[in-house]
Ligand binder design. Structure first.
Ligand code: SF4
Length: 427
């Protein structure tokens, strides 16, 4: 097994939300519909003097409040936050809490927004949760330099905190923000995933119980403690839309009410690269954790890319899985071979040269490889392959014989992956 760090290089044919936002080409829109902005209340960096700290419940009562509010984590998995808090609070210390702002997903910018613009909101949430679980130590874990500068400046402005807070900056990679990568890095290792169990709440930093919460999750804590509902989500919207940007939108509203596409959308990349593809029916699915999961998709980190009339879902799927093939951490045999094999099959499909046997293999791998990596990267690749085959059967059938008109206009693509069967190798 090798363990190497790879840097992010998003496919040229898909939007890079981070680059667009850094260049000022994306809008910041705090208000959509009837929801009052909870966390996107500013577009310039807040100072401590400007930050209005709300009152509210504290200590163990905050855990009860978080459970009652049914707050779900905003890093991607959507796990109930109160359950994680209680699991750490109920274990013997020393306890560590981590504000996870390492946003490796190329289609999302929300964590950068919060750390660059609302650092005091994030730190307030971090300190409240640290108090609730009686943490001995806190770490803000991130990769974005502007975010690191903003958070360090906020800590200087605070001039001291009840719990010591360190800022740890790591290289930006796709897997660096995975929970076990976070623990491994803080303990001095490379920011790469480890096998589970144990989960960080069982044995994390220094072997103690560790609570890893996404920075958007933490940014919702001060309002929640003061009794404000948390039913909005930060949505990074890219692709074929009139105003790509970062939006705070109410949970439960369909995309049709939130998105202004350029032309009729042919598909959607959901949850960043992770939750796979949906057809145009996505416009009418309520934007929510359970609603999207029930449709075989997911909200993930809240990133949605719209594929417009000039885009091809087959080409998008091929690009995303080629990305996973490049960016996986090269630790697990099934992931190394599986992403390579699926990338190869999809590249053939995009070129109109995939055999029936190859597509049957792709269908089989998209199910059999699930859960066989140390982290969820391989599951993300499986999601993309499975949802392409499920949501776009007619387009896939068209591509079996020849590239569609959109792909044909681009010419033949390079096959970047070796043709190997991940099931035939010892793993
Ligand atoms: S599943 Fe893939 S990305 Fe995750 S640790 Fe294993 S090789 Fe790395």
């Amino acid at each position: 097994m090798t363990a190497e760090l790879v840097t992010l290089a998003p496919p040229a044919t898909l939007p890079d939300a981070v680059a667009r936002w850094n260049s000022g080409a994306m809008a910041l829109v705090p208000l959509a519909g009837a929801t009052e902005p909870l966390v996107m209340a500013r577009d310039t960096r807040e100072t401590l003097a400007e930050y209005a700290q709300p009152n509210g419940v504290s200590g163990r009562d905050l855990i009860d409040a978080v459970e009652a509010a049914e707050l779900r984590g905003r890093g991607g998995a959507g796990f109930p936050t109160g359950v994680k808090m209680r699991a750490v609070a109920d274990r013997e210390g020393p306890r560590t809490i981590v504000a996870n702002g390492d946003e490796g997903e190329p289609l999302a910018v929300k964590d950068r927004y919060l750390m660059r613009i609302r650092p005091h909101l994030v730190l307030d949430g971090l300190l409240r949760v640290a108090d609730a679980v009686a943490a001995d130590r806190a770490v803000v874990y991130l990769s974005d330099t502007m975010s690191a500068d903003s958070v360090r400046k906020a800590l200087d402005e605070l001039g001291g905190t009840p719990v010591p807070i360190d800022v740890m900056q790591v290289p930006r990679t796709y897997v660096g923000g995975e929970e076990s990568s976070v623990v491994r890095a803080i303990d001095g290792g490379p920011p790469l995933p480890t096998d589970k169990p144990p989960r960080p709440f069982e044995s994390g930093v220094g072997g103690g119980p560790t609570l890893v919460l996404n920075v958007e999750t933490l940014a919702r804590i001060p309002g929640l403690a003061a009794g404000v509902k948390t039913d909005s989500v930060l949505l990074t919207l890219t692709g074929s839309v009139t105003r790509p940007g970062l939006y705070e939108v109410p949970l439960g509203r369909p995309l049709r009410e939130l998105v202004e596409p350029v032309g009729a959308p042919v598909g959607f990349l959901m949850g960043g690269y992770f939750a796979g593809l949906l057809g145009p029916r996505a416009l009418d699915i309520p934007l929510g954790f359970t609603e999207l999961r029930a449709e075989g998709s997911g909200l993930g980190c809240g990133a949605v890319a719209v594929l417009g009339p000039g885009d091809c879902p087959v080409a998008a799927a091929a690009d995303v899985i080629a990305y996973y093939d490049r960016e996986n951490a090269r630790q697990c045999g099934p992931c190394i071979r599986g992403t390579a094999a699926m990338a190869g099959a999809l590249r053939e499909l995009a070129d109109g040269t995939a055999s029936d046997a190859r597509l049957e293999k792709l269908q089989s791998w998209s199910a059999s490889l699930r859960g066989r990596g140390a982290c969820a990267t391989l599951d993300g690749a499986c999601n993309v392959a499975a949802t392409l085959l499920r949501e776009f059967p007619e387009l896939v059938a068209e591509h079996r014989a020849a590239p569609c008109s959109r792909c044909a206009a681009l010419g033949p693509t390079e096959r970047t992956a070796p043709h190997i069967d991940p099931e035939s190798e010892e793993t």
